[in-house]
Design a protein around this ligand. Structure first.
Ligand SMILES: Nc1ncnc2c1ncn2[C@@H]1O[C@H](COP(=O)(O)OP(=O)(O)O)[C@@H](O)[C@H]1O
Ligand SMILES: O=C(O)C1=C[C@@H](OP(=O)(O)O)[C@@H](O)[C@H](O)C1
Ligand SMILES: [Mg+2]
Length: 173
C-alpha cells in the first residue's frame, strides 16, 4: 500500500510522513526530495532557473514514477501536487493507494508559513502576517477542492506531530 499525504504548504506532509513511515515500518518518499535529487537542483532553484511550468511537468512525471512503488510506502507530495496535471485523479485511481489530507486552518498555516517561507518559492517574498493570511486564504480556497477529494482527512490544528501520527493511524487501520 502507498499512503499519499497531501495538504497545503507547511501542513506537515514531509515531517509527519517521515514519522508515520517510521512508526508503521514503511518506506518513506517525499516527492520534492525526489525532484531535487533527479533534477540536481533545489525546488527553489528549479522555480528560479526553469520556471513553475517546468516544475509542474516534472512533478507530474515523478509522481507517476513514485506511484509505481510496490513497497509499503508513505509518499508525501508537494502542496500543489494534487492541483495540477490531473494528478488528483491519478492518485485516486491508482491501485493500492490511500489518500490523506492533512487539514489546517488558515490561521495555523499563515503563522507557520511566515516562519517557514524561505524554501517555499511561492511565498518566500511575503513578510507580514496580514499579507500571508490574504495570500494563503485565496490560494487555499482554490486548492481545497482538490484536497477534499482525499479519502481520509486529519486535522493538524494545535496538535503535536506525534499526535497527528496517532490520529492518522486510527483513521487508516
Ligand atoms: N504538528 C506540528 N506541530 C509543530 N510543528 C510542525 C507540525 N507539523 C509540522 N511542523 C513543522 O512545520 C514545518 C513545515 O512542515 P513540513 O513537514 O515541511 O510541511 P510540508 O511538507 O507539508 O510543507 C517543519 O518545520 C515542521 O517541523
Ligand atoms: O504548494 C506548492 O505549490 C508547493 C509546495 C512545496 O511543497 P511543500 O508543500 O512540502 O512545502 C513545493 O512542492 C513547491 O514549493 C510548490
Ligand atoms: Mg514537504
Amino acid at each position: 500500500m502507498i499512503i499519499v499525504l497531501m495538504g497545503y504548504m507547511a501542513s506537515g506532509k514531509t515531517s509527519i510522513g517521515k514519522k508515520l513511515a517510521k512508526k508503521l515500518n514503511y518506506n518513506f518518499l517525499d516527492l520534492d526530495d525526489y525532484i531535487e535529487e533527479k533534477e540536481n537542483l533545489s525546488v527553489s532553484d528549479v522555480f528560479k532557473e526553469k520556471g513553475e511550468i517546468y516544475f509542474r511537468k516534472q512533478e507530474a512525471y515523478y509522481l507517476g514514477c513514485l506511484l509505481k512503488s510496490e513497497k509499503k510506502t508513505v509518499l508525501s507530495v508537494g502542496g500543489g501536487t494534487p492541483c495540477y496535471s490531473g494528478n488528483m485523479n491519478i492518485i485516486l485511481k491508482a491501485e493500492n493507494v490511500k489518500s490523506l489530507y492533512l487539514k489546517a486552518s488558515l490561521q495555523t498555516l499563515a503563522n507557520k508559513l511566515l516562519r517557514k517561507r524561505a524554501k517555499r518559492p511561492l511565498i518566500a517574498h511575503i513578510d507580514t502576517i496580514e499579507r500571508m493570511t490574504e495570500f494563503v486564504g485565496k490560494h487555499l480556497f482554490e486548492r481545497v477542492q482538490f484536497y477534499n477529494q482525499a479519502e481520509i482527512k486529519v486535522s493538524i490544528d494545535d496538535k503535536a506531530k506525534d499526535d497527528v501520527v496517532e490520529d492518522i493511524i486510527l483513521e487508516l487501520f
